[in-house]
Design a protein around this ligand. Structure first.
Ligand code: NAD
Length: 490
């Protein structure tokens, strides 16, 4: 199978402000996680440049918020067309920047992100207010949905094209303008997106300030930001909310997860095992909805673990640009070290390694697909998000116990159950503390289905109708139709 050509940038990346490509205040290197070598130069925006981006977005808001729904609908649809026009280019870019296996990127990230733009394009015409019936016959009351203003979108490094779409498609559909702060580990994808669509959007409607946490902090604390939307980790969310508190800026938080998959004694084991493997190793295990915990009924546990380990052992780990690679590198050296530290700690806590738990090669940031087994019920890997190709199994005897253990994490994003018993499926789904519960499947996030969590997984819902409401606010127009109102003063 071929090894594709690495993505080559046309030059050093700049900032995208007010429809122009601007020289950043500073610069830093982007590292290809498959090779550990620099592949691009990225811009570091200053706090002033973050402020300029907000000002440009504020200026553009005046016309964009009043642009016709037909206009916004057409533009979002055209963006989707352009994304889909060259899936191979995107795949090479995501593989080079992010370590996403090239065979996944063109069949997952590209169609999924295009679908998000198409979904919100369709919804644009449905964002409407209401005529409100009231007691007073001399009143006419109606509401409209108004955009909030300038949205600050802070992105993570995993699935950068999808997380970008999740934020800017609803924001733009509702008439907001946006300043994006991409992750310092996935900036080029966002800037290549801007280059692809810049002629479709009026200047200032979409702006990108790249850089690290300092750039993000300057952006989210800006007093002219009307909404902060983050996809990222809990510590970042807490810092952002503390910063946004002084300006009373509302926020949406899509955070981490520790997804528990319960496998019942009557599950279709062939399919459940394949699904569990898919659930953790897709996207290199760097997915907030990953099946990073397995709760196995004691009667099937041994067989399940044997079959799972056999598949995990056979997974080809390597260069993300290699067509035969099934699992690519982790995104960065820092993250690689973090995942290995989690594994080292698990060993000290007595967790058994059934397969994996090994770095691969010396250049890129690889970890073998790993399956752990904990019998203590108290290991830290059961509750902490690792965000890599690592899942930890436990066995259970009673279903109430399985649900209690599944819920025993700070997170509440995705969870699931494999069972042949419909009643059990519904009862367990009802009890799981999670924003998403999959039954006899895992990893299915189609546009239109609410995506988001409870507890430490955050708040707000992406990908759905409710999202559009979160990116807009009701404005009430209350009209007197001529009759004198009761006067208390003479
Ligand atoms: P992160 O929290 O380290 O960084 C996210 C973004 O926040 C980056 O752009 C970073 O530069 C920025 N940032 C950091 N500190 C900041 C500050 N003080 N002010 C403003 N911005 C700041 O997260 P990450 O490592 O990039 O992404 C992985 C995390 O994202 C995981 O926890 C994962 O579960 C989560 N995630 C959640 C979802 C979801 O939809 N729920 C999807 C993908 C990823």
């Amino acid at each position: 199978m071929p090894v594709h050509t690495r993505f080559e940038p046309a030059g050093d990346y700049r900032l995208f402000l007010g429809g122009q490509w601007r020289q950043p205040a500073g610069a830093f290197e982007a590292i290809d996680p498959s090779t550990g070598k620099p592949w691009a130069v990225l811009g570091q925006a200053s706090a002033e440049q973050a402020g300029e981006a907000v000002a440009a977005a504020r200026t553009a808001l005046r016309t964009w918020r009043r642009s016709t729904v037909a206009n916004r609908q057409r533009i979002l649809w055209q963006i989707a067309d352009r994304i889909e026009a060259d899936p191979d280019r995107w795949a090479r870019l995501l593989a080079t920047e992010n370590g996403r296996p090239i065979r996944e990127a063109s069949v997952a990230d590209v169609p999924d992100s295009a679908a998000i733009f198409r979904f919100f394009s369709g919804l644009t015409r449905d964002l409407r207010g209401d005529q409100v019936p009231v007691e007073d016959p001399h009143s006419l009351v109606y509401s409209t949905r108004e955009p909030l203003g300038v949205v600050a979108a802070v992105l993570p490094w995993n699935s950068p094209l999808i997380t970008l779409a999740n934020k800017i498609a609803p924001a733009l559909a509702a008439g907001n303008t946006v300043v994006v702060k991409p992750s310092e580990f996935a900036t080029a994808s966002v800037l290549e997106f801007c280059a692809l669509v810049e002629d479709l959007l009026p200047p200032g409607v979409l702006n990108v300030v790249s850089g690290g946490p300092e750039t993000g902090a300057a952006l989210v604390s800006h007093p002219d930001v009307a909404l902060v939307t983050l996809t990222g980790g809990g510590p970042t969310a807490r810092r952002i909310m503390a910063g946004a508190a002084s300006a009373l800026t509302p926020s949406l938080m899509e955070l981490g997860g520790k997804g528990a998959l319960i496998v019942a004694h009557d599950a279709d084991l062939d399919r459940a095992v394949t699904d569990a493997v898919n659930g953790i190793y897709l996207a290199n295990g760097e997915a907030c909805v990953a099946a990073s915990r397995l709760l196995l009924h004691e009667s099937i546990a041994e067989e399940f673990l044997g079959r799972f380990a056999a598949i995990a052992d056979s997974i080809r780990v390597g260069d993300a640009l290699d067509e035969s690679t099934q699992l690519g590198p982790l995104v960065s050296r820092q993250h690689h070290e973090r995942v290995l530290a989690h594994l080292a700690r698990a060993r000290t806590e007595g967790v058994r390694v059934l397969t994996g738990d090994a770095p691969v090669g010396s250049d890129g940031f690889f970890v073998r697909p790993t399956l752990l087994h904990d019998t203590s019920g108290g290991a830290s890997v059961l509750s902490e998000e690792i965000f890599g190709p690592v899942t930890v199994a436990e066995t259970f005897t009673g279903y109430d116990d399985a649900v209690a253990r599944a819920n025993n994490t700070p997170y509440g994003l995705a969870a699931g159950v494999w069972t042949a018993d419909l009643t059990r499926a519904h009862l367990i789904a009802r009890e799981l503390d999670a924003g998403i519960v999959w039954v006899n499947k895992w990893f299915d996030l189609p546009a239109g289905v609410p995506m988001g969590g409870v507890k430490a997984s955050g708040f707000g819902r992406e990908l759905c109708w409710e999202t559009l409401l979160q990116y807009s606010a009701a404005k009430v127009v209350n009209i007197g139709l001529g009759a004198q109102r009761v006067s208390l003063w003479g």
